[in-house]
Design a binder for this molecule. Structure first.
Ligand code: ASP
Length: 398
């Protein structure tokens, strides 16, 4: 059930995208703004750049950023926070943090040992954004490099482009000195893949004729059948249900108010080869505005690609929403734009999408359709002056 508090706010229109529409700007304001722009142009000045105000350093991430890995003593958010407070560049610090997760063979959703595609190949997606430098870079469907976030940063720092894919991304990585490995599967991810192949059904290629004949109810049944194999494997403990989808997004701000973010993933387990999710796409899996904050996402990438929802979250920060409301507005938009086949009997989404939202002032929130109160221990990770910890994700629905 949709939570009452959110029901009331939806009814009041708090989560309506148009509520704070620019058309609400009155004529006087409009003339004021345009004459200011005119004066700026006449004086030869560029666009106004908001000055960095002082902020409190904070790092947030998806829940997997506060887990000790490989016997290490620091988690992702703790490492990133320590480096930021020692004065390291915010994006470098965040990437050093997510590297811990990318390199962990036990994490089946990110980097080395991530669950492979339907052909058994581990293909990785990542992007990053540097707020103060206004730089961004991403790689998609990259094979052979354990830490795609570093390649994404190289795209941002060393090229005029924002996104390199597949063989081109790998060729670029090789040229930049990254070592390219033949296969990023671990014994664990390979065994999970072989088990999936053993049970395989054609769920990734639903028959178009069958689809056309299906009523919405029958379609829902078909969709349920088609994910049954994965759910059975999760129920048997062969895969972590949270890791059918799985990713790390990590965002941070330092005491100058410099905001950066990074997202990195192996994407959807056993995806159609060539499938790219939201994680490497600017505006979908991540968006950063140095003036307002950062938002990144995990969960069903297709929902987020359709709505470019991380961009929407940051737009809402720009319009003055607090981090939680900004995330809820984006969830509401995704819900409105969801195909019937992906809604349950109560017309609620049958999938989850999470947003990790960080304001430039250090306020933050984790939101999702189904949050901590849905009983799945859904948390996000935070590190600030009080140390590293998990905080509950607030659910829009439960
Ligand atoms: N959003 C990622 C994707 O769709 C997966 C995830 O976050 O779990 O590729």
């Amino acid at each position: 059930m949709l939570k009452q508090q959110h029901k009331d706010r939806i009814a009041r229109g708090d989560y309506m995208i148009d509520k704070k529409s620019p058309s609400a700007i009155n004529r006087r304001t409009f003339i004021g703004v345009t004459s200011a722009i005119g004066a700026m142009a006449a004086s030869g000045a560029g666009p106004a750049i908001a000055q960095s105000s002082s902020s409190r350093p904070v790092v947030i991430s998806s829940g997997n950023g506060f887990v000790h890995r490989n016997g290490g003593t620091e988690t992702c958010v703790e490492r990133a926070y320590r480096m930021i407070t020692e004065g390291t560049d915010v994006l470098e610090s965040l990437i050093a943090g997510v590297n811990i997760v990318e390199l962990d063979p036990e994490d089946a959703s990110v980097g080395y040992g991530g669950l492979p595609d339907a052909w058994g190949r581990v293909t990785l997606d990542s992007c990053c954004m540097h707020g103060p430098l206004k730089r961004a870079g991403g790689v998609a469907a990259l094979q052979g490099v354990r830490t795609p976030s570093n390649v994404a940063k190289a795209v941002a720092d060393l090229t005029d482009h924002h996104l390199l894919v597949a063989q081109g991304a790998q060729d670029f990585a090789r040229q930049m000195g990254f070592s390219i490995e033949e296969d990023l599967n671990t014994e664990r991810s390979r065994q999970r893949y072989l088990e999936w192949r053993r049970r395989i059904d054609p769920s990734h290629y639903p028959d178009p004729n069958r689809q056309a004949q299906l009523t919405p109810d029958a379609y829902r049944q078909f969709a349920r059948e088609s994910i049954q194999v994965a759910e059975d494997m999760a129920a048997e403990g062969l895969i972590d249900p949270e890791h059918l989808y799985g990713t790390i997004n990590c965002n941070g701000v330092n005491n100058n108010g410099d905001v950066c973010g990074v997202t990195t993933t192996s994407g959807l387990a056993w995806k159609i080869p060539g499938r790219v999710g939201d994680s490497p796409i600017l505006g979908a899996g991540l968006y950063v505005s140095n003036d307002h904050g950062a938002a990144g996402s995990t969960g069903r990438g297709e929902a987020n690609l359709y709505n470019l929802a991380s961009f929407l979250v940051v737009e809402e920060l720009r319009r003055g929403a607090d981090p939680k409301d900004a995330g809820m507005i984006a969830l509401q938009r995704i819900w409105e734009n969801t195909e019937t086949r992906l809604l349950n009997e109560n017309r609620e989404p049958t999938f989850n999408v999470n947003f990790y939202v960080l304001g430039k002032d250090g306020r933050h929130a984790g939101v999702a359709f189904y949050g901590a109160s849905s009983g799945n221990q859904r948390n996000y990770a935070v590190c600030d002056e009080n140390g590293g910890r998990h905080e509950p994700i607030e659910g829009l629905i439960r």
